[in-house]
Design a protein around this ligand. Structure first.
Ligand code: ADP
Length: 148
């Protein structure tokens, strides 16, 4: 079953959105396979966002991510990478539809509350970086009520 890496950014934690965000993924039917409240240091944040190192907003992005604790998660389910991105909404909250997390809870692109892997390959890399011990191995007993 597909897995994705989801992170509630420091603004999401500070604003008390952790329960709301976890609830949206749970209610959809996805399974939580890893969960960690963690403050990361600069080299770690730079590694996570290495693909964006040439962008003009890179330093500000790293400052933002290390500014407080984040909630790192592994979520599992059919098409969870693509569907997770839909639940999150567009990168710029101004372009995120109402009903998405960024559409409902964010205004500025640099304070957009949540991260989600953009492909199965980046999910694999990000899960490896944030969860070196891998996911927690369990199966929801609701499986046959969610999948045909
Ligand atoms: P996403 O998080 O939707 O996958 P990107 O990978 O393009 O988007 O960018 C990573 C993060 O960098 C964004 O979520 C946002 O926090 C920040 N970011 C992207 N573009 C900008 C920008 N123009 N100005 C400030 N921050 C930005």
């Amino acid at each position: 079953m597909e897995q994705t890496f989801i992170m509630i950014k420091p603004d999401g934690v500070q604003r008390g959105l952790v329960g709301e965000i976890i609830g949206r993924f749970e209610k959809k039917g996805f399974s939580l396979k890893g969960l960690n409240l963690i403050t990361v240091d600069r080299p770690f944040a730079e590694k996570h966002y290495a693909d964006l190192s040439a962008k003009p907003f890179f330093n500000g992005l790293v400052e933002y991510i290390i500014s407080g604790p984040v909630v790192a998660m592994i979520w599992e389910g059919k098409n969870v990478v693509t569907t997770g991105r839909k639940i999150i909404g567009a990168t710029n909250p101004a372009e995120s539809a109402p009903g998405t997390i960024r559409g409902d809870f964010a205004i500025d692109i640099g304070r957009n509350v949540i991260h989600g892997s953009d492909s199965v390959e980046s999910a694999r890399k990000e899960i490896g970086l944030w969860f070196p011990d891998g996911p927690i191995n369990w199966q929801s007993s609701l499986h046959s009520w969610i999948y045909e």
